[in-house]
Design a protein around this ligand. Structure first.
Ligand SMILES: Cc1cc2nc3c(=O)[nH]c(=O)nc-3n(C[C@H](O)[C@H](O)[C@H](O)COP(=O)(O)OP(=O)(O)OC[C@H]3O[C@@H](n4cnc5c(N)ncnc54)[C@H](O)[C@@H]3O)c2cc1C
Length: 276
């Protein structure tokens, strides 16, 4: 199947992209790596009237390092992160996550911003960046605003982004030398979307401990009570039963197979973090 008819605008200016988004009638969508939007349009699950190609926007390709974070422009590709082109402020976590997304052809084009906005429940960046506690930087007609990732993804394929806004990039907090992380993805085959994702980040210096489950039918689930207990015990007591208990205590319902699979993903993420 091929995409329905659409208009196409290419721009190399953020203000112009925003003004087209605001001014034109009908449903306009920005185009980044096209690795999610393209297939959806070809399947006619998405039928935008107009595509605004933002791939020439240099402002969205910027990578800048500050003492406490790394700003990663929305158009930075999974492959660029995989290849270690960016400074490593997460002790290798974002490089590891990028390398596990789909296969190289998808990673060459797919972008971190596109992944966050697409908000697939099984997407890697929504899970990993939530565990890291990232901030999303958003440009709109009223200027630039920031949103904590915890409040950005509202549900499956739904984010708190207005139709006339563009994601400029993401601030990834820098981890200290004593920080630990684990990321475990369960897939049927390499290159496929995850059946379950467990992500854990603990940084004693900043007092952060985050445990995240993704690849449910909703936005990533944050298990704060379990994360605090894991950090306090250095992961020692977080066995499979504890993981299952932590999931049950969230109040979410999972069928027995999924409960076990999600518990395994969480348990292995924590075990990886503590080298167990
Ligand atoms: C075969 C295959 C396997 C895949 N496997 C995985 C996987 O294992 N894990 C995973 O995480 N992902 C996977 N993906 C998805 C991939 O990571 C995509 O790259 C990503 O979801 C979307 O990024 P994109 O740059 O291609 O965005 P696009 O497809 O161009 O856009 C996606 C959506 O985001 C919007 N958008 C894009 N950029 C911006 C922006 N800066 N501001 C505002 N809105 C924006 C678009 O309008 C559109 O609605 C897979 C894709 C394919 C084709």
């Amino acid at each position: 199947m091929k995409a329905a008819k659409f208009d196409y605008t290419k721009t190399n200016d953020v203000a112009e992209a925003l003004s087209v988004l605001t001014a034109e009638d009908g449903d306009s969508k920005v185009l980044a790596g096209s690795q999610s939007l393209g297939p959806m349009m070809n399947l006619r699950l998405a039928r935008p009237d107009r595509l605004i190609d933002i791939r020439a926007l240099d402002a969205l390709k910027a990578v800048t390092q500050a003492p406490d974070h790394l700003f990663v422009g929305a158009l930075v590709t999974h492959a660029a992160i995989e290849d270690g082109i960016l400074p490593d402020v997460t002790r290798g976590m974002i490089q590891h996550v990028a390398a596990g997304i789909a296969y190289r052809a998808v990673r060459n084009r797919g972008t971190i911003g596109g992944s966050l906005v697409h908000a697939d429940p099984a997407g890697d960046w929504p899970a990993a960046l939530r565990a890291l506690g990232a901030q999303i930087v958003i440009d709109g007609p009223a200027g630039t605003r920031e949103a904590a990732i915890d409040t950005f993804q509202l549900g499956a394929f739904t984010v708190a982004l207005e139709e006339d806004e563009i994601v400029r990039g993401v601030r990834v907090p820098a981890l200290s030398g004593s920080a630990r992380w684990g990321y475990h993805k369960i897939c049927r085959k390499p290159g496929e979307f995850a059946e379950s994702i467990g992500a854990y980040v603990c940084d004693p210096e900043s007092g952060i401990a985050r445990l995240v489950l993704a690849a449910t039918e909703d936005a990533p689930l944050q298990l704060d009570t379990a994360a605090a207990a894991i950090a306090q015990n250095d992961g020692a007591k977080f066995d499979l039963d504890a993981a299952r208990m932590a999931l049950t205590e969230t109040g979410e319902t999972f069928d027995p197979f999924k409960l076990r699979m999600h518990a395994v993903a969480l348990h292995r993420a924590v075990a990886q973090a503590y080298g167990a």
